[in-house]
Design a protein around this ligand. Structure first.
Ligand code: FES
Length: 153
């Protein structure tokens, strides 16, 4: 092999190596975001002993979400509602009108939205005001030991 061929082989091999490495990096970057939002997962929301039957109890949860290359930590308020036996569910505290945070009013036993006067009953159904639909229901369950409440966010 003469010098010219050896040099050409070296240059071509180097270019091929750099091209392969660049393709691998760009491919990983292009395919990474296709995973989109991580699927929902179960988050501990509190102890069952902290709940009172049929009285919604607010819990502020911090959850980590990833959207493609973007990762954020978000706070989400949910109300845990326990029937006093084995049934438990959670309601989002976000009003379905324009997104204000509702509060539980113990006097009227309703959720009240401070922004435009929306009122929801204990099951999250609209009683009055502008909200177009009930509060979002969130899946909840007890952990296998029966001591903690888990919600799916
Ligand atoms: S945001 Fe709740 S009633 Fe408007």
């Amino acid at each position: 092999m003469d010098r010219r061929r050896a040099l050409a082989l070296f240059v071509n091999t180097t270019v091929a190596f750099i091209g392969s490495a660049l393709s691998a990096v760009l491919g990983a970057f292009a395919l990474g975001p296709s995973r989109a939002w991580q699927s929902a997962r179960w988050v501990r929301a509190g102890a069952l002993t902290d709940l009172t039957p049929n009285v919604p109890v607010p819990r502020v949860l911090v959850i980590s979400r990833q959207d493609g290359w973007y990762r954020e930590r978000a706070r989400e308020t949910v109300f845990l509602v326990w029937d006093g036996d084995k049934s438990i569910h959670a309601l989002s505290a976000t009003c379905t009108h324009l997104g204000c945070q509702v509060r539980w009013d113990t006097d009227t036993t309703n959720f009240r939205c401070p922004c435009h006067g929306g009122v929801f009953d204990a099951q999250g159904h609209v009683v009055s005001g502008p909200p177009p639909r009930p509060l979002d229901r969130i899946e909840a369950r007890l952990d296998p030991s029966g001591a903690d409440v888990l919600v799916r966010l």
